[in-house]
Design a protein around this ligand. Structure first.
Ligand code: F6R
Length: 240
C-alpha cells in the first residue's frame, strides 16, 4: 500500500480526483465507486472538471460497492446518493451506472448478476473506497473473508450507529445491505482508498500496519499490487 498524507480533506479530494481523472479519460473505463461522506468532495471536483470540459464520462461504466436493503428511490438509498452527488451532473449514460438493488425479489441472484456483469465488462480498472471506523470496506464488516464475493450482509451495530445520522430514527436505519465482497474489490486493477478525520485513525492503522485478517477487512488490501491510500493528517495520526 502506498500512503499519501495530505493536510486537509480538500487536499485529499483534489489529489483523488486527479488520479481518477487519469482513469476516466481512458478510451474505455470501468470505475468502482463508493458512497458515504468521504468521497463527496472528490465527486464535487470531478463534476467541476466535467463542467470545465476537461473530463467526460461518456466512455465510463460504473459499479457501486453496495446498497442498503431499501428501495432504490428511497431518499437515503445509495442509488439516490450517486444520482445527487455525481451522476446527475456528468455525461454518464444512465444504463452505464450499476448500483445493485437492495430489494430485488432474489437478492442473492442480484449479487451474482453484479459479479457476472463486472467480469463480462472486463473487470474494474479503479475502485474508489472509503473505510468504516471498524475497518469495513464496502459493507464487508469485521469477520468478512478475503475470498468473500458479493452477497447479502447484516450491518453491525457500530455501522448502523455511524450511519444513523442520515435517518430520522434508529429503527429506520437498515439492518441489511447487498455488498461487493472483499475479493470482488481486490480484483480491481487499482484501489484508491480515502479516509479523513480522527474517527478513521484507528482503522487506517489497522489497515496499513496491522495484521492481515478478518478483524479489519481493509487489511486485506495489503496484498494488492496497486493500492493507494490518500488520507488527511487526522486519519494518519497513528501511522506517522
Ligand atoms: C460506502 C461504503 C462504506 C463507506 C464507509 C465510510 O459505499 O461502502 O464502506 O465507505 O462506511 O463511510 P463515510 O465516508 O461516511 O465515513
Amino acid at each position: 500500500i502506498t500512503v499519501y498524507v495530505f493536510k486537509t480533506a480538500n487536499d485529499v479530494a483534489l489529489a483523488a480526483s486527479q488520479m481518477m481523472a487519469g482513469t476516466i479519460n481512458q478510451p474505455k473505463c470501468n470505475l468502482g465507486l463508493a458512497t458515504g461522506s468521504t468521497p463527496v468532495k472528490t465527486y464535487t471536483q470531478l463534476i467541476k472538471m466535467h463542467q470545465s470540459r476537461v473530463l467526460s464520462f461518456k466512455n465510463v461504466t460504473t459499479f457501486n460497492l453496495d446498497e442498503y436493503c431499501i428501495p432504490s428511490h428511497h431518499s437515503q438509498s445509495y442509488r439516490t446518493f450517486m444520482q445527487e452527488n455525481l451522476f446527475d451532473y456528468v455525461d454518464i449514460k444512465p444504463y452505464d451506472t450499476h448500483v445493485m438493488s437492495g430489494t430485488a425479489v432474489d437478492p442473492e441472484a442480484e449479487t451474482r448478476a453484479f459479479e457476472s456483469l463486472i467480469l463480462a465488462r472486463g473487470g474494474v480498472d479503479l475502485w474508489l473506497l472509503g473505510i468504516g471506523a471498524n475497518g469495513h470496506i464496502g459493507f464487508n464488516e469485521p469477520g468478512s473473508e478475503e475470498l468473500s464475493r458479493s452477497r447479502v450482509v447484516e450491518l453491525t451495530a457500530r455501522t448502523r450507529k455511524d450511519n444513523a445520522r442520515f435517518f430520522e430514527t434508529m429503527d429506520q436505519v437498515p439492518t441489511h445491505a447487498v455488498s461487493a465482497g472483499v475479493a470482488t474489490i481486490l480484483d480491481a486493477k487499482c484501489i484508491l482508498l480515502l479516509a479523513t478525520g480522527a474517527a478513521k485513525a484507528e482503522a487506517i492503522k489497522a489497515a496499513v500496519v496491522g495484521p492481515r485478517g478478518v478483524e479489519c477487512p481493509a487489511s486485506f488490501i495489503q496484498g494488492h499490487r496497486h493500492a493507494v491510500f490518500m488520507v488527511d493528517e487526522e486519519a494518519a495520526a497513528f501511522i506517522e
